[in-house]
Design a protein around this ligand. Structure first.
Ligand SMILES: Nc1ncnc2c1ncn2[C@@H]1O[C@H](COP(=O)(O)OP(=O)(O)OP(=O)(O)O)[C@@H](O)[C@H]1O
Length: 284
């Protein structure tokens, strides 16, 4: 399988934060979700890949090419959807598209206008006149109009209503199937990832906690529920826990659950992504 994105031992230092030696990769035709608590380093990672920030050390390759040395060629193949304002806000959408289209050899006006119609956008409106969700829709139309092989999105679904969010996820899956494109997207809406992601990369406090297939991830952990007396003796195997009026709930690695299995009062459940994120980020 060919790798479309490789992030190898990348670090970036801010005064109060360090993205520390992160590595992960994405293969052609797959969707990877980037998750992590607020301030964990997701946007920083995406900005580094897009060369909107310069890394302090490490290597980033897109389609096997250095993302800085071959920036023009690399960006031609990337569709970038960003929550922040990357376009001048006083300009009309139609004019903006005309200005940006010539930078992409593969820009397809028919595809662009198809999305504008599908998303109900008005090309005579200025960007500053759009709602947050409409801005994201415009950003998506711009990103998809040049038939990208890699789609990178920072929080694309957070400003979208639930109906459009679902349609958007279907659209992305459709593009993956038809064109064998690949997707990296950050989000806090873990249920979106449960619908579409093949891989999950979890960043916490600037470090990669895991980068794994969604299936393996959910198999690797169990939610463990039991009475205080039953579970406090096994605190060492719990990755984060919380007490409630019924007892203790925590997360454990599936392999470690063997030690608890004989106790019939302890319940085991498959966690969802949010459970895993909650307990792993509270591990300390
Ligand atoms: N330009 C900057 N100068 C200094 N520190 C910065 C800068 N940009 C981001 N940071 C810091 O880097 C850390 C990671 O920020 P980042 O935006 O990557 O987090 P995130 O995971 O995307 O968070 P969120 O989920 O809230 O969007 C934060 O502590 C933030 O304060």
């Amino acid at each position: 399988m060919s790798k479309v994105l490789e992030v190898n031992n990348v670090s970036k230092d801010y005064r109060d934060f360090r993205l520390n030696d992160i590595s992960f990769s994405l293969e052609k035709g797959y969707i990877m979700g980037l998750i992590g608590p607020n301030g964990s380093g997701k946007t920083t990672t995406i900005k580094l890949i897009m060369n909107l920030l310069s890394k302090d050390s490490g290597e980033i390759k897109v389609f096997n090419k250095d993302h800085v040395y071959d920036e023009v060629g690399v960006k031609e193949k990337i569709g970038f959807v960003y929550d922040g304002d990357i376009y001048p806000s006083g300009m009309k959408l139609g004019k903006l598209a005309k200005l940006i289209a010539p930078f992409y050899r593969s820009w397809d006006d028919e595809i662009f206008h198809g999305y504008i119609k599908k998303f109900n956008l008005n090309l005579d409106k200025k960007l500053e006149e759009l709602s947050k969700g409409m801005k994201i829709k415009f950003s998506i139309a711009m990103a998809l109009a040049h038939k990208p092989e890699l789609i990178i999105m920072d929080e694309p679904t957070s400003g979208l209503d639930p109906v459009f969010r679902r349609e958007f996820l279907d659209l992305i899956q459709d593009i993956i199937e038809k064109r064998q494109a690949s997707v990296l997207f950050s989000t806090h809406i873990t249920s979106d990832l449960e619908k579409v992601a093949d891989y999950i990369t979890f960043i916490n406090d600037g470090e990669i906690v895991f980068t794994d297939t969604l299936c393996d991830l959910v198999e690797n952990y169990r939610l463990v529920k039991g009475k205080k007396g039953d579970l406090t003796n096994h605190k060492d195997i719990l990755i984060g826990m919380r007490t409630n009026k019924f007892g203790i709930e925590g997360l454990a690695e599936t392999n470690d659950c063997q030690a608890l299995i004989e106790n019939e009062d302890i319940l085991f459940e498959k966690p969802n992504l949010e459970d895993i994120m909650y307990y792993v980020s509270r591990r300390d």
